[in-house]
Design a protein around this ligand. Structure first.
Ligand SMILES: *Cc1c(COP(=O)(O)O)cnc(C)c1O
Length: 237
C-alpha cells in the first residue's frame, strides 16, 4: 500500500469513528448513517484506494470530471459495486449523461430537470434515486428549492416513472459554530418529517452534514453525510 493510500485509509478510519460517536450520542445505530465520499477534484486512484478499504458510495459535482473518473474506475476495477451520487448543479442540457451514469442525483431543484432525468434514464437500469435539494438557509445565491415550494415539487417529481424519490438534501450556510449549525439542520429534519407525514412515508434519506458539521447533522437526524475534505484533504480548486 502506498503512503497516500495509508493516509486515505487513516482518514476513513477516523471519519468512521466520528460518525459512530455522533450516531451513538443520538441513540442511533451507525448503520443508520450512509457515508458518501465526495471525491470531486481527486483522481480515480483515490477512489480506488478508498474502495479497497470498503467504501462504496462516492459523490461528484462536476460532470465532465465525474464521467472520466467513473470510466477510469470501472476500467481499473470491473465489477466493483460502487454507487455514484451526483451532488452538483445540473444544467438542463447535461441531464442525459447523469441519467445514464449515476445511481443517485441529490441536487434536483426543478421539475424540468427531474422530467428530463426520468425520460433519459435507460430502460435497462433501475429507477434513478433522487433527492430534492432544499435552500434551507435562504441565501439568494444558493441552490435548492425554497421550503414553501417543496410540497408541490415533491408531488410532481414523485409521479415521474423512472425516478425513485427518496428524500431531501441540503447544504446549509457554512459555519464552524455548532450552535449556529443546528437551526438549519433542525429545520431540514422538520421539513423531512412533515413531508413523510403528508404522504411520503417511504422517504428514507435525509442527506446533510459535511466535513465541518457532520456531528450536528447526525444529531439532527441525517441518514446520509457527504464528506470530502475530511477524507481526501483540502481541495486546491
Ligand atoms: C464538496 C461538497 C461536499 C463535501 O464538502 P466537504 O466540506 O469537503 O466535506 C458535500 N456536499 C456537496 C454538495 C459538495 O459540493
Amino acid at each position: 500500500m502506498s503512503s497516500s493510500d495509508k493516509h486515505l485509509q487513516a482518514n476513513l478510519t477516523s471519519l468512521s469513528e466520528r460518525i459512530t460517536a455522533a450516531a451513538r450520542r443520538a441513540g442511533r445505530p451507525t448503520e443508520s448513517v450512509t457515508l458518501v465520499a465526495v471525491s470531486k477534484t481527486f483522481p480515480a486512484e483515490a477512489v480506488l484506494a478508498l474502495a479497497r478499504c470498503g467504501q462504496r458510495h462516492f459523490g461528484e459535482n462536476y460532470l465532465q470530471e465525474a464521467l472520466a473518473k467513473i470510466e477510469a474506475v470501472r476500467a481499473a476495477a470491473p465489477g466493483l459495486p460502487l454507487v455514484w451520487h451526483f451532488v452538483g448543479p445540473i444544467q438542463s442540457n447535461k441531464t442525459r449523461p447523469i441519467a445514464e451514469h449515476f445511481d443517485w442525483v441529490q441536487s434536483v431543484e426543478r421539475l424540468k430537470i427531474a422530467q428530463r432525468l426520468s425520460e433519459q434514464r435507460p430502460a435497462h437500469l433501475p429507477p434513478l434515486n433522487v433527492l430534492l435539494q432544499v435552500n434551507i438557509s435562504g441565501e439568494a445565491s444558493k441552490s435548492g428549492v425554497a421550503p414553501g415550494e417543496l410540497p408541490a415539487l415533491a408531488r410532481a417529481v414523485a409521479a415521474l416513472p423512472r425516478l425513485r424519490l427518496r428524500g431531501l438534501m441540503a447544504v446549509p450556510e457554512p459555519t464552524d459554530d455548532p450552535q449556529r449549525q443546528r437551526a438549519p439542520l433542525a429545520a431540514m429534519k422538520a421539513l423531512f418529517d412533515e413531508q413523510r407525514a403528508a404522504g411520503f412515508a417511504d422517504w428514507d434519506t435525509l442527506s446533510m452534514g459535511m466535513s465541518a458539521d457532520l456531528e450536528a447533522a447526525i444529531g439532527q437526524g441525517a441518514t446520509m453525510v457527504r464528506v470530502g475534505t475530511a477524507l481526501f484533504g483540502e481541495r486546491v480548486r
